[in-house]
Design a protein around this ligand. Sequence first.
Ligand code: ADP
Ligand code: ZN
Length: 210
Amino acid sequence: MNMIFLGAPGAGKGTQAEVVCKELNIPAISTGNMLREAVANGTEVGLKAKAFMDAGDLVPDEIIIGILKDRIAQPDAKNGFILDGFPRTVAQAEALDSMGVQIDKVVEINVADEKITARMSGRRVCEKCGNSYHIEFKPTKVEGICDACGAKVVQRIDDKPETVQARLKTYHEKTAPLKDYYQSRGKLVTVEGQEEIADTSKLVLAAIKN
Ligand code: ADP
Ligand code: ZN
């Protein structure tokens, strides 16, 4: 099963993708995590991507499409995958189509902008493995330390309030049109992501089983 998780920054795509990938035993592929890793390692892609990311803009399509194409060609993606944070533009969705990638379901996690702005300040991410946490809603077992790998959890540069506003604007302008794109192809399911993480997980798991 190939799925796309769609939603505004901070809607909880990454958290829900982690839940579903355990349940179905398929990888969750986060383009944001891959880009942050590239930035941390100082690769050529990382050097190109950093300024866009820090400003809350999208990385250019030609960069990200190449990365994604290589990633889904890996053996672990053979039996399906969850795309978390890709596609983010209609051009990226069309690129997936032209690669011949069949998408079974697009799960949109819907959260109001006001709620997102409030949530973001508490968000933390593991420096090493990219797992995401929240100081209030999904704390690490040991403060500041990733449950999964033991590395440090930190606040992302682009989780500052000003940058969050820029990211929301980018989402509404460039990514939200994908709802219509997949709706018209009969792939879109929308779940509410406003309440507790576990409530959303139940809705997501129900949505993908139908
Ligand atoms: P969030 O969903 O919380 O905004 P991500 O971790 O998915 O964050 O992405 C962080 C940043 O990485 C984005 O703001 C953007 O700059 C870049 N990025 C991630 N995925 C894509 C993509 N598919 N296309 C363009 N830029 C991307
Ligand atoms: Zn970790």
